[in-house]
Design a protein around this ligand. Structure first.
Ligand SMILES: [Zn+2]
Length: 237
């Protein structure tokens, strides 16, 4: 059990995201349609964090984040800083979980539009009271990999199963569209990099919907199919 976790129940205030109320409501609606389950999603323990939270923000105890060459830096897309006191330090990494963003279909490779899409996700997650975007990596339509939440922090992407779990999200809604070839290649390649780095076996690569208790279609039937096939062919190695 973690002494602290990202709050799911603290007051939600649009002003905390720097957004107007209407924009905030719109973002919340989008967030509900995203990969996370409709309620109470993304993080682990949601109780008692206030009472047990340390006075000082938690310090990362694991620093497993080497540079990933070619990754688009967080500063290229984010309009806000992570809030350390709302996040838990990462513990030894054991899992990789694959997601889609589950919002409206997304087909462009344009850098600015992609950056906006990722920022929209971050805003949705911040609006839930989380410290940053919940995923560690984002893969766009042309196969670029964007840096999400720093790996020194536990992610917020699978309810009750975020400890030691790296979250990778592919942009798009794969219930209604297909992942691009470039996106799939990049996903496979990046999973292999992360597997090697943390010595994660293929049996510990999951999609969001495969977690016990997950009430979600994430990562959408078309990406799910790819992962199932890739695993059966032992493509992740
Ligand atoms: Zn998901």
């Amino acid at each position: 059990m973690n002494p602290v976790s990202e709050s799911l129940d603290q007051p939600v205030d649009g002003s905390s995201t720097g957004l107007g109320r209407r924009a905030f409501v719109a973002l919340s609606a989008l967030a509900l349609a995203s990969c996370a389950a409709p309620t109470n999603t993304g993080t682990g323990n949601s109780n008692a964090k206030t009472a047990l939270a340390p006075v000082n923000p938690p310090k990362p105890t694991v620093a497993p984040a080497p540079p990933f060459p070619g990754t688009v830096a967080r500063a290229r897309w984010s309009h806000g800083e992570p809030v350390a006191k709302l996040m838990n330090p990462m513990v030894p990494v054991k899992w990789i979980t694959i997601h889609h963003d589950g919002m409206t279909p997304f087909t462009t490779s344009d850098m600015a539009l992609t950056a906006s899409r990722i920022e929209l996700i971050r805003n949705g997650h911040r609006g839930k009271g989380w410290g940053d975007i919940g995923y560690h990596f984002i893969i766009d339509r042309s196969g670029r990999i964007w840096e999400g939440r720093a790996l020194k922090w536990q992610g917020a992407h699978v309810k009750d199963h975020n400890e030691g779990n790296i979250g990778i999200v592919c942009l798009g809604n794969f219930e209604v569209q297909s992942p691009s070839d470039a996106q799939l290649k990049a996903l496979e390649r990046h999973i292999e990099v992360v597997m090697r780095l943390y010595k994660i076996p293929a049996t510990r690569i999951k999609t969001h919907r495969e977690w016990v208790g997950a009430k979600t279609a994430c990562p959408g039937k078309n990406l799910q199919k790819f992962v199932v096939t890739a695993r059966s062919k032992r493509q992740f190695a």
